[in-house]
Ligand binder design. Structure first.
Ligand SMILES: Cc1ncc(C[n+]2csc(CCOP(=O)(O)OP(=O)(O)O)c2C)c(N)n1
Ligand SMILES: [Mg+2]
Length: 342
């Protein structure tokens, strides 16, 4: 399949989705200081284009697995904002019953299976899910063949795993790549390369080389792109998702981006000096929202009033979502032993 740019209406939708994640993350950061959210929280401000550009090609039946920095993936896949916020406050109404916090998100109705804090933890889970999808498809094909003379089954549901450049250094990542290629799983690996694992840059951790080329050595189709350009992410993901869906095996995207806030928490940390001087400022000029907003205005897809209306709608939605979440109830002591396996 060849690459296609998003149509104007799609670009507007992509912009709105990115803006929704940005404003939700900013509101979380603002309210974090109130000390009511007690879970460690990794914000994805600056990286919104990747979640949005990839998830634009997924159906509800397609599944997403994520990591510690998962709010954007959850929202882009259609996860419930109310239940995300309630989870951050540790309330029973949260998407994990208030037991998990920011790094344990789930919304099965939306096809967002799980995020976990263990770096690499969800990578083999995603492969397992993709293997199950593949088995279901081949089971359906055998059923079809006996009933309808070998008619081809529907294309497979796709599984997407989002992870960082730090995760790519985990052994399980490479074991999973090997297995996914061996089994030709309908799995899309999305590496959000923000150049840092906590405060250590890629240059301090690895010899100079491209992550996607290491992935390609496992024998799958791997490409890299600008993770701050939602149109580019959209185009690359369109091809990758279609390939995975249509039996061409696992696909790999390495998308370059940058996290603006501190690794974990609501604040900025540029004063700590682990980023080179001017690095963050340069990335802020490459803001994914700003670029898309300029395109929408230049192409006359949106005017200033429509952009202001989007902001107003999101302000209301997010205010109401916090008001709902803050009325949550604490999980009961009796529920403490539920969902435990020993
Ligand atoms: C197995 C494991 N090792 C270490 C950690 C501590 N830790 C949490 S996030 C993180 C950095 C991960 O970096 P990356 O995968 O690039 O994601 P980013 O935070 O940059 O989005 C580390 C080392 C962990 N949670 N799990
Ligand atoms: Mg990183």
């Amino acid at each position: 399949m060849s690459r296609m740019s998003p149509a104007s209406a799609d670009l507007k939708h992509l912009y709105f989705q990115m803006l929704r994640i940005r404003r939700a993350e900013e509101a979380i950061a603002r309210r974090y200081a109130e000390q009511q959210m007690r879970c460690p929280t990794h914000l994805c401000i600056g990286e919104e284009a990747i979640a949005v550009g990839v998830c634009a090609h997924l159906t509800v039946q397609d599944k997403v697995f994520s990591n510690h920095r998962g709010h954007g993936h959850y929202l882009a896949k259609g996860g419930d904002l109310l239940r995300l916020l309630a989870e951050l406050y540790g309330f029973a109404e949260g998407c994990c019953g208030g037991r998990g916090g920011s790094m344990h998100l789930t919304d099965l109705e939306a096809g967002f299976v799980a995020s976990t804090p263990i770096v690499g933890g969800t990578v083999p889970l995603a492969a397992g899910y993709a293997w199950a999808e593949q088995m279901k498809k081949s089971g359906a094909a055998q059923g079809c063949a006996s009933v309808a003379g070998g008619r081809m089954p529907e294309a497979t549901n796709v599984v997407v795993i989002f992870f960082g450049d730090g995760c790519f250094e985990e052994g399980v990542m490479h074991e999973t790549l090997n297995f996914a290629v061996l089994k030709q799983l309908p799995l899309l690996f999305v590496c959000e390369n923000n150049q840092y694992s906590v405060m250590t840059s890629l240059a301090e951790r690895q010899p100079k080389r491209d992550i996607y080329k290491i992935a390609a050595a496992h024998g799958l189709t791997a490409v890299s792109g600008d993770g701050n350009r939602v149109d580019e992410v959209y185009e690359l993901a369109q091809v990758a998702v279609a390939n995975a869906r249509n039996g061409l095996g696992p696909q790999f995207l390495e998308l370059h981006t940058h996290r603006w806030p501190e690794h974990c928490g609501p604040n900025e940390d540029d004063d700590l000096g682990y980023r080179s001087p001017g690095e963050l400022a340069a990335w802020k000029l490459r803001c994914p929202l700003l670029h898309t907003q300029q395109s929408l205005l230049a192409q006359q897809v949106c005017n200033d009033e429509e952009l202001a209306a989007m902001e107003a709608a999101l302000r209301l939605e997010i205010e109401q979502a916090f008001a709902w979440a803050l009325q949550g109830t604490r999980p009961t002591i009796e529920s403490m032993r539920q969902h435990l396996y020993a």
